[in-house]
Design a protein around this ligand. Structure first.
Ligand code: HEM
Length: 410
């Protein structure tokens, strides 16, 4: 068993950020559990798990978890500066960062909110928002599909379902962006402070919104969430507010990135775009493959909750382990010709929504939203020509901040 920490890759290098897949292939073959060095604020580095079978098993293994404060002494943690406290207090109340039993308690209230039936009931509203966003795309000349379409649309959809009125959507989008930057490995003290200020503002904003919905319930996600709290009272007010932010945050970012990543992949594979447009493959199958091929969330992070052995490697209590969802989804041990985009692929067990107890709570909504978006884009654009691309600076999520397309119009 090896406890040696030989660095096998550096995830902040520009070439890796641009195209991580050749590195993932090398790691799966030579270092299935290897040490990644990240000289970023607050991170010492992490063990990276790259094979599908190990990622799926690790995410279901309760020796890995989130609540590191339960297993390390208080002196292991540097004091949190005053101005960063609102951010950390909010994150600590997210189900995403909880282990059992608190995780199950928080997750239980998400179940009725994101069950298939209410989600299907949201379909007409989502379709209307997609139609409105498409109408804003110019008929001639290039446009940036990220800033002109996918980013505002994704926030519009989840914000709308969470009861945020339309005039506040741009405000909320700005907050979400700054909080996202403060959480990634690529972060600075200034970004953390800015994210923390925004977290406090967003919480205060939802406090007012929850109060308004309590007085006058509406048929949206927020009212369902409030009803779940009132019926079960498993959730305190701080947790309810933190969950509102989590849904907004989790629901916006990944859905938007999937549209950009998917369109870029389809532009590079015009034959697949034609198959989708002509109905030779179903849009459900297409979205499933796009989720696999270039997954919006690339890594699911956990901590070792004890000294343990995993695939022959010794991992110490408290060390960070990154389970490579994006790498697992390209593992040829599971997916034949894994680097090929095949919208009709038969093997569909991708890990883009994670695995184990934290599997994406909003996956039905995310899948439906993406199906409606790609179907609508297919009807509108006969061809996808990429004019310019800018990549988001992140290793946790993978996506574009800019994707300029010049499309023939049907
Ligand atoms: C393409 C879109 C999406 C992708 C790829 C995605 C991916 C993921 C992944 C990988 C996780 C697990 C993270 C981990 O284990 O560390 C997760 C968790 C979560 N997602 Fe999503 N997500 C998407 C959309 C959404 C939407 C639309 C919502 C809700 C509005 C949502 C709500 C959540 C929540 C609440 C969790 C935490 C679940 C828990 O901790 O038990 N997601 N998502």
């Amino acid at each position: 068993m090896s406890g040696a920490r030989q660095t096998v890759f550096r995830p902040l290098e520009p070439a890796f950020l641009e195209d991580p897949y050749p590195t993932y292939a090398r790691l799966r073959d030579d270092h299935p559990v290897g040490w990644a060095a990240t000289p970023a604020e607050g991170y010492a580095g992490f063990w990276f798990v790259s094979r599908y079978a190990d990622v799926a098993a690790g995410l279901k293994d309760n020796r890995f978890g989130r609540e590191i404060t339960k297993v390390l002494p208080p002196e292991a943690f540097p004091p949190i500066p005053e101005q960063q406290k609102p951010l950390y207090a909010m994150l600590a109340a997210w189900m995403l960062f909880k282990d059992p039993p608190d995780h199950a308690r928080l997750r239980r209230i998400a179940a009725p909110v994101f069950a298939l039936r209410p989600v299907l009931g949201m379909r007409p509203r989502i379709e209307a928002l997609i139609a409105a966003a498409l109408a804003r795309i110019p008929d001639d000349g290039p446009f940036d599909i990220v800033s002109d379409f996918s980013s505002p649309l994704s926030i519009d959809i989840v914000a709308d379902l969470m009861g945020v009125p339309e005039e506040d959507h741009p405000l909320v989008r700005g907050w979400v962006r700054e909080i996202t930057l403060s959480l990634d490995l690529v972060r600075t003290p200034e970004r953390i402070a800015a994210g923390s200020r925004r977290a406090a503002e967003l919480i205060a904003y939802f406090e007012r919104l929850v109060a308004a919905h309590r007085r006058a319930p509406q048929g949206n996600l927020l009212s369902l969430l409030i009803a779940a709290q009132d019926q079960g009272s498993f959730l305190d007010d701080q947790e309810l507010l933190a969950s509102c932010v989590l849904f907004l945050f989790a629901g916006h970012e990944a859905s938007s990135l999937l549209i950009g990543n998917g369109l870029r992949a389809l532009a590079a594979n015009p034959g697949e775009w034609q198959r989708l447009r002509e109905g030779a493959v179903g849009v459900k199958s297409a979205v499933t493959e796009l989720l696999r091929y270039d997954s919006p969330q690339q890594i699911a992070f956990r901590h070792a909750l004890a000294d343990l052995a995993f695939q022959g490697v010794t991992i110490r209590t408290g060390q960070v382990v990154g389970f490579g969802l994006g790498s697992a989804n390209r593992d040829p041990r599971v997916f034949a010709e894994a680097d090929r985009l095949d919208l009709g692929r038969e093997e569909t067990r991708h890990l883009a929504f994670g695995a184990g107890i934290h599997t994406c709570a909003g996956s039905s909504l995310a899948q439906l939203e993406a199906e409606l978006v790609f179907a609508a884009l297919g009807r509108r654009f006969p061809e996808l020509r990429v004019v310019a691309v800018e990549r988001q600076e992140s290793i946790l999520v993978r996506g574009l901040t800019r994707l300029v397309l010049d499309c023939g119009v049907a």
